[in-house]
Design a protein around this ligand. Structure first.
Ligand SMILES: CC(C)(COP(=O)(O)OP(=O)(O)OC[C@H]1O[C@@H](n2cnc3c(N)ncnc32)[C@H](O)[C@@H]1OP(=O)(O)O)[C@@H](O)C(=O)NCCC(=O)NCCS
Length: 182
């Protein structure tokens, strides 16, 4: 599936994106705040495309003008979102593109897809303590604080962190977009 927004297109990752992925995912400011280590080589990025970014509902965030990948966004089922009517939203974008509202733009389209096309009831979104940039994205999207967990094991980095989890329900999404009251 391909989604279009004003400035972006969201499409499945492909192995030819490995060089672009490496360009942005090798930056230590990108992966570690989200819990994964910087990519070490183009081959490493290709392997991540094959093994991680090939998951369902995972999309390359691409510039509309040339279709090149600059970030990633996806809906995942995991410890936070276990049931069939819920997903966790995850995202990142390359540092040169920060601060332009691009992830909020991509996320609004993916949330529309999750609620309207896939019939989800709840979308969760989590960030580690101190990741104020990601928290701002969630606030702009209408997520509400739900809970905090201390002592989270970040296995890929060998660290223990505190995580905060926010929730967006279909009722809150509909109320914000269609003026319906809960
Ligand atoms: C979090 C992230 C996805 C935000 O994406 P984005 O498209 O830049 O989102 P926005 O443009 O809405 O910016 C969000 C906030 O980041 C901060 N910010 C923006 N540009 C910045 C910059 N160049 N340097 C530092 N902070 C910046 C601002 O606080 C902004 O909030 P504001 O709009 O109220 O000013 C992006 O910073 C990123 O990929 N970070 C690393 C990976 C990560 O943390 N992923 C999320 C894991 S939970």
């Amino acid at each position: 599936m391909i989604f279009y927004t004003d400035r972006l297109l969201l499409r499945p990752w492909r192995e030819e994106d490995a060089e672009d992925l490496f360009t942005y995912a090798s930056d230590p400011a990108v992966g570690p705040p989200a819990g994964w280590p910087p990519h070490e080589s183009v081959e490493h990025s290709r392997e991540i495309i094959r093994t991680v970014l090939s998951a369902p509902e995972t999309y390359a965030v691409c510039r509309r003008e040339d279709g090149r990948a600059i970030g990633s966004i996806g809906l995942h089922r995991n410890d936070i979102a276990e049931d069939e009517d819920e997903y966790e939203l995850g995202y990142w974008i390359g540092r040169p593109f920060w601060g332009q509202g691009l992830i909020p733009e991509a996320a609004r389209e993916l949330l529309r897809h999750a609620f309207a096309d896939l019939g989800m009831a709840r979308i969760w979104c989590g960030h580690y303590d101190g990741n104020v940039k990601s928290r701002r994205v969630m606030e702009k999207l209408g997520f509400a604080y739900h809970h905090t967990t201390e002592g989270l094991e970040v296995s890929l980095l060998g660290e223990i962190r505190t995580g905060h989890v926010l929730l967006l329900t279909r009722e809150a999404w509909d109320a914000a977009h269609f003026g319906l009251t809960e």
